[in-house]
Design a protein around this ligand. Structure first.
Ligand SMILES: NC(=O)c1ccc[n+]([C@@H]2O[C@H](COP(=O)([O-])OP(=O)(O)OC[C@H]3O[C@@H](n4cnc5c(N)ncnc54)[C@H](OP(=O)(O)O)[C@@H]3O)[C@@H](O)[C@H]2O)c1
Length: 272
């Protein structure tokens, strides 16, 4: 049995769909079974509950051979220790590429700490460290519905934004294939894009001309300068230095990562 946590999320939905297409019927955990049932394919075992509840965690891990976990999956350290106790044979842990590029940031430290828990618990694991998700730009949806400009602060930095479906594709391979144990994969998209590029691509998907307009709030800009990773949430803009384009999506899946333009066309409905 494969257990997918966070199955209603940006990675979880495509991951469960891919597993079903390859004939695997996973178990998923969610805090809202109604929502999960609406977005997931048939023949998925949906368990509703909170992974922070020991009895629910024990039930979720019962008979599990492979586990997909990320940093918001309840308390991931606790889940990993319970997985070791339940003799889960394989773990795919999604952390963040900030573990490499900003190891002293909050997310960097959380990533490294959780990766260490996995190793120390004696689990055979693979770490996926994605960069910025394309889906973060859904934070612009209201502005794009209401007008032709996205007004945000931006450091003007290019970012190799990744389609979370590519993280899911890598995870789907690693959950079922041998040879990935002990590996850490840095996952990015195929090109470095600025906020302007992304707004243009969403406009192309919608058949509209959209522009990105820099907002120059000095207080916000100072916060970005001091702790860029702390300001990222909700802006849909990456304020951190690019890690460069990495090859792991192609190395693991055998095909290049999807472009932001492809993501925008697939998700155009969310901006209408
Ligand atoms: N966004 C990025 O740019 C980025 C970059 C690198 C790494 N990551 C990592 O990728 C992961 C997903 O990121 P996302 O922003 O795309 O999120 P998301 O897909 O919106 O994830 C939401 C999912 O998390 C689950 N979840 C949230 N809180 C939970 C809790 N307390 N207990 C159990 N499940 C919980 C939700 O499950 P239910 O509501 O169904 O219970 C939902 O399926 C995060 O761990 C993040 O650190 C994100």
């Amino acid at each position: 049995m494969i257990l997918v946590t966070g199955a209603t999320g940006n990675m979880g939905v495509p991951l469960v769909r891919r597993l079903r297409r390859s004939g695997v019927a996973p178990r998923v955990t969610t805090r809202d079974a109604g929502r999960a049932g609406a977005v997931l394919p048939d023949e998925v075992e949906i368990l509703e509950g909170d992974l922070n509840e020991p009895a629910f965690l024990e039930r979720a891990l019962d008979g599990v051979e492979a586990l997909f976990l990320f940093l918001e999956s309840g308390d991931p350290a606790r889940v990993l220790r319970a997985a070791a106790g339940a003799r889960v044979a394989r773990v795919v842990l999604v952390t963040s590429l900030l573990a490499e590029t900003r190891p002293m940031s909050f997310v960097g430290r959380l990533s490294l700490g959780t990766e260490a828990v996995m190793r120390e618990a004696g689990l055979r694991g693979t770490v996926l460290r994605p960069w910025e998700f394309a889906s973060n730009t859904l934070a612009w949806a209201r502005e794009i519905r209401d007008g032709d400009a996205v007004r945000k602060p931006s450091a003007g930095l290019p970012s190799p934004v990744i389609d979370p479906a590519d993280v899911a594709d890598v995870a789907a391979r690693v959950l079922v294939e041998d040879g990935h144990e002990g590996r850490t994969y840095a996952l990015t998209g195929p090109a470095e894009l600025t906020a302007e590029h992304k707004v243009e691509a969403i406009g192309a998907a919608l058949g509209r001309e959209l522009v990105f307009e820099e907002t120059r709030d000095p207080v916000l800009l100072e916060r970005i300068r001091v702790a860029p990773e702390q300001v990222a949430e909700g802006y849909g803009v990456c304020f951190m230095d690019s890690p460069g384009v990495r090859s792991a999506v192609r190395d693991v899946t055998g095909r290049p990562p999807r472009t932001f333009r492809e993501w925008a066309f697939e998700n155009a409905g969310s901006f209408k």
